[in-house]
Ligand binder design. Structure first.
Ligand SMILES: Cc1cn([C@H]2C[C@H](O)[C@@H](COP(=O)(O)OP(=O)(O)OP(=O)(O)O)O2)c(=O)[nH]c1=O
Length: 631
């Protein structure tokens, strides 16, 4: 199947996914679609009883989510996106619509209704093509839905509660996630699996193929409204591109054929009906090579070849604090940015343009300005600033990664090559100078802050009265724990040179129950007493031998019923799917004796030290969470 041309049609467009769902982002990223994420603020409060069928509710909600984002972006930035994609997933059982549970009781109510029965999962999708006329936003809406049938086994009350306590149901329609623990509840699935996970990719691609490669008119005329089209893929059709299928041009000339845009007109594949489903294979119609070479364009490989340039562009713009200047003073012309920063105008202009193309900045006739993401993540005072980690990536990881080849040949860390220093203990390397130490602490703080909420809420930790975050650095996770569990006593235990430097990172408003910081070396010193020991991004720094030393120390002070919570990037057992975590494991190779590990590997390590009932939660954020209890 020539998939690439379908998505390739979107390459030059500003595509926005109006969804906060990490699953939708992952599904679309995995097929190489480039898009910005702007979660919709539309509240899912449409009156369900006013819809004749559950899928109509999902389609309308998806449409409203996407329209809200299209309108907001148009008004706010005066730079209208080309395409906004919205989606809404619901579960329907006995004519009732189930959305995300509001609390655990609600999850229990939903899951017990699904037990032993077949239900339908509907995802409504809206694809909105936007354009600006004068100051007005014009939209062309295409929508559709997909249904998948899922049957649950008979589920005991005990099993349901165990599942609910895993925390997985809370952000998922119907209260389950088929892609993770919830998969164990499922007897069969009829239909598109990804539709259950939140996005019907196959139907979406077919829809794009319809929009961008419509069949020639004579073919359409032969199709009866209620009949199966005479072709089931587009392979036999001529492209139509030369006539009218280039969406942008077509739209400019006159409005799109509304029969293609309106889901309620059944002329050509506008309904969700398997009887009119077509494949989304795109024709290699042109025998003289033009389209064929486009179809073969190895875009993923080309993106990888460019990856280091894109990373470095981000690092340099961050290091020069361009995002900070644009936040306070933007929009600015390239010459003004160059003056602020003290750089050349021609170099600055090229860097800013590259950042625009990478989706980090926006460019209008008034100049360059930050995107919402840049304000949140790239400025040094952004709410979830990654500035510290970006500078660490530029100044520390980049030189190490340039020695990746040696690391792979030798199987060991490369600090001596990158920094001309004999490799000592990992943390002695980081703490040999005040500047490097503070840079490292800022980097760790930014990741800990970004992931803290997901780590703290992955499991219900209210049973633990006291917690000790070993290697908890600036206390970002500790502060989040206190927010969520106000009665919890939280201690951070870290090296004296870290504890001496934490003040800069403390939240300005004082918490009622402040975090206690204790200095020491967890390999050598006594550990503070606690019901729960947290090791966040600690075990990945060390080889198995050192981990056994640490886990046996924790095991010795842990009473039965007490636990360990690990926060790490957990690899899939086959070590072939999670590229972020696998690349992070290379990161550990170039600078430590540690590595990233799979869920089974962590389970094996923990069980050897008397920790059982090991539960793993993939959070969708950078860190996954593992909880286990001392027997
Ligand atoms: C049934 C099921 C749902 N889900 C998820 C998909 C959706 O993210 C979520 C349903 O909620 P939605 O309201 O469709 O989406 P969302 O709130 O996650 O994101 P947004 O509104 O910003 O688009 O449930 C799974 O991940 N696995 C499953 O098995």
């Amino acid at each position: 199947m020539a998939l690439n041309p379908v998505l390739g049609k979107l390459v030059s467009k500003r595509v926005v996914l109006a969804s906060a769902s990490p699953r939708r982002q992952e599904i679309l990223t995995n097929v190489g679609l480039r898009f910005e994420v702007v979660p919709s603020w539309f509240k899912e409060t449409l009156e369900k009883s006013s819809f004749a069928a559950p899928y109509e509710y999902a389609v309308e909600t998806a449409k409203q989510k996407a329209l809200e984002v299209a309108n907001r972006m148009h008004v706010k930035h005066l730079r209208t996106p080309d395409i906004v994609i919205g989606a809404d997933t619901i579960v329907s059982v006995d004519e009732q619509i189930l959305e995300k549970p509001v609390d655990k009781q609600d999850a229990y109510r939903m899951l017990s209704r699904l037990s032993g029965k077949e239900h339908s999962v509907f995802t409504g999708v809206a694809i909105i093509h936007c354009s600006s006329k004068g100051n007005q936003l014009e939209t062309e809406i295409t929508d559709f839905y997909e249904e998948t049938k899922v049957k649950f086994s008979d589920l005991s009350e005990e099993l349901l509660w165990e599942y609910i306590h895993s925390g997985e149901p809370m952000d998922k329609a119907g209260g389950y996630g088929i892609q993770a623990l919830g998969g164990m509840l499922v007897e069969y699935v009829h239909g598109d699996f990804l539709n259950v996970v939140g996005f019907p990719l196959n139907h979406f691609c077919k829809k794009l193929a319809e929009l961008y490669y419509p069949p020639p008119k004579h073919t359409v005329q032969h199709i009866k409204h209620d009949s199966i089209p005479s072709v089931d893929t587009f392979e036999n059709l001529s492209d139509g591109e030369s006539e009218s299928s280039n969406f942008t041009e077509h739209k400019g000339a006159n409005k799109l054929d509304s029969s293609r845009m309106c889901p309620s007109r059944p002329v050509y594949n506008c309904e969700n009906s398997s009887s009119v489903r077509t494949g989304f294979t795109v024709p290699l119609e042109n025998q003289n090579g033009a389209s064929e070479s486009a179809a073969k364009l190895p875009s993923k490989i080309l993106d990888l070849m460019d990856g280091f340039k894109a990373s470095k562009a981000l690092f340099v713009a961050s290091k020069l604090k361009m995002f900070d200047y644009l936040k306070t003073k933007g929009p600015l012309k390239a010459v003004d940015v160059a003056n602020e920063v003290g750089t050349s105008v021609c170099g600055t202009e090229r860097l800013l343009d590259a950042c625009v193309a990478l989706g980090l900045l926006e460019k209008t006739s008034q100049g360059y300005s930050n995107t919402d993401s840049a304000n949140t993540y790239l400025t040094s005072d952004g709410e979830y600033s990654l500035h510290g980690y970006i500078i660490h990536s530029n100044d520390h990881l980049w030189p190490l990664f340039t020695n990746l080849e040696s690391a792979v040949r030798e199987g060991s860390r490369q600090n001596h090559r990158a920094f001309g220093r004999k490799a000592e203990d990992l943390f002695k390397d980081y703490y040999h100078s005040q500047e490097v130490k503070q840079r490292f602490m800022a980097a760790m703080h930014s990741i800990a802050h970004l992931t803290a909420r997901d780590v703290a809420t992955a499991f219900d930790l209210s049973q633990f009265k006291s917690t000790c975050d070993l290697g908890g650095c600036t206390g970002a996770l500790a502060h989040e724990l206190i927010q969520i569990y106000p009665n919890m006593k939280v201690t951070v235990f870290d090296l004296p040179e870290v504890i001496a430097n934490i003040s800069y990172f403390q939240p300005s408003e004082q918490c009622a129950a402040p975090v206690t910081f204790v200095s020491g070396d967890f390999f050598k010193d006594n550990l503070p007493e606690a019901d729960l020991y947290i090791l966040s991004r600690v075990l990945h720094d060390w080889p198995d031998e050192k981990i056994h030393v640490l886990l046996s120390k924790i095991s010795a002070v842990c009473k039965p019923g007490c636990g360990i919570l690990l926060a790490e990037m957990v690899l899939d057992d086959e070590k072939k799917n999670r590229s972020t975590a696998l690349l992070q494991s290379l990161n550990m190779l170039v600078q430590t004796e540690g590595k990233e590990r799979s869920g089974s590997e962590y389970r094996g390590l923990l069980e050897q030290h008397g920790f059982a009932n090991v539960k793993i939660k993939l959070t969708g954020n950078l860190l996954d969470v593992i909880l286990c209890i001392k027997t």
